[in-house]
Write a protein that binds this ligand. Sequence first.
Ligand code: GCU
Length: 614
Amino acid sequence: MKYAFLVLLLIAGVRPLPAQHTIVQNIAARVELNLDGRWNYLVDPYENGFYDYRHQPYDQSASGAGGFYDDKKQTDKGQLIEYDFDRGPTLKVPGDWNSQDDKLLYYEGTLWYRRIFQCTLQPHRRYFLYFGAVNYESHIYLNGKKLGTHKGGFTPFQFEITDKLKEGDNSLVVKADNTRHPDEIPTVNTDWWNYGGITRDVYIASTPETFISDYQLQLDKSFTPTKTAEALISGYVQLAGQPSAPQAVTLDIAEANIHTTVRTDASGRANISIPVKALTRWSPTNPKRYAVELKCSTDQVADNIGFRTIAVKGQDILLNGKPTFLRGISIHDENPLIPGRNRGEGDLRMLLTWAKELGCNYVRLAHYPHNETMIRLADELGLMVWAEVPVYWTISWTNPDTYANAEKQLSDLINRDRNRASVIIWSIGNETPLSEPRLDFMSRLAAKAHALDNTRLVSAALEVHRKGNDAIVDDPLGEKLDLVSFNEYAGWYWGDKPTDLPNYHFTIKYDRPVVITEFGGDALAGFHADAQTRWSEEYQQALYDNQLKMLSGISALRGITPWILCDFRSPRRQHPIYQNFWNRKGLISEQGIRKKAFYTLQSFYQSIAKKYPE
Ligand code: GCU
């Protein structure tokens, strides 16, 4: 059946897509069946459902059968089957498993999910199974057949399942394994909780046989306005299916009175370049998005896109050509009130609303790609975004598989969010120690990001070192990046007290805008003492006071994202009183209490906002 179907496609000149391929752009606009909800599960610390007793993978055996993905049911009393999803417990999807069952709070290993669904197949439609994110390594099976695997806990992936779906019940089985390994991305050591499981949406999307699989539309920042055009929308559209036959694709932005047609080439691609008379720019104070529609003879897709330019000039960051200051805060993808990965739009909107309350026009989404919904909300609410891949601390720099993994995660992030006006910076990593292999690894990542997207800035949290009160930033990676960004923990890890901070001086090798990616200190909400007492709100407040004074001394300072909006869970925080597995550097506690330093930063941002009107 499969091969007959493939031959049919080839005769019809339709080029089938590889099983797992680059994400269909804006796939959320094509949902056919949402698979979120309760899934049965089995915990499998010894991967008993994957390996036979000789530790050979069942799905590599001649029959390919034998594992839990067979989803077998006992049909007669004599039959031996040592698992049963139907009678097993359930977990909510999307959602990490750690916060859904106390027994799983610290669990790192394999857990099997199973979901039964029915899907009515329409002729001449193609079907894709999409996962927003599964942490960390996943093996996906449909009706006992392996679709493929995926690595990376924070990027989306999908499989074409057109010829694998059946009428009636379909059995979808996911082996998710969040075991940490040195050669992975991230590696074994992180200061965030290693939440496992299917943490973002799962759905089946459908498209026509020939469809619009990708597009990018944004303002060309190198365009010089003319008498007839104040801006240039540039980008491309890519068809999948029958690209061999050049097609007309129309682009409509009705509100801006833009209606144009482009023709695809033999590969199904057409470049777009439209001079525009008048267009309202997207900015944090006016997050204007336009309804955009792309149409070809067999397909159409709609999106909401904001148009803006972001660039650097000397020490300035220019948003729509005007100097701006990034009034930011760092955020983890975790709901502090109901500990666990954010579960839906409500959680995400809450965090961004708190950032707006703080006076932010910018957020650093640390240290990995956050939910696509978060980015779309940033578009809507008017928050510029620093988006990052988890190349964090001591990565295996010389392992080519590790590099390929990092580059894939970066590409998937950029491909997913390339039409989001809010995203202004792609970050290739955080606090990675100096070495030649590291410089080579990171330089290649920087080049990849620039190659994939020339409309945004590329950066990373660079290394900084100290000589006495002199903090020196001369990390060679800085040469490859558009900004000078680094974390500094004066007043906390740098062993001094907040009042010493004004004595510090920064020597920065690169003449570029400086964006401080982290500073901060822990405070247990409600613990009050004098400003010299660590863990107290007063200490954190004094630290912020003096940090802001110290940093204002950097002439090229054009942005900050203090660490961090909310207290967050971390396996590296063992103090039984002040931490209890929480990193307490939040300005808001896990009960939602705003600590004193929250208001220190809020008033600083009020003054900065006056200096840099948007
Ligand atoms: C580091 C790191 C963060 C961490 C923070 C801290 O710089 O980038 O992930 O949580 O410092 O120690 O609190």
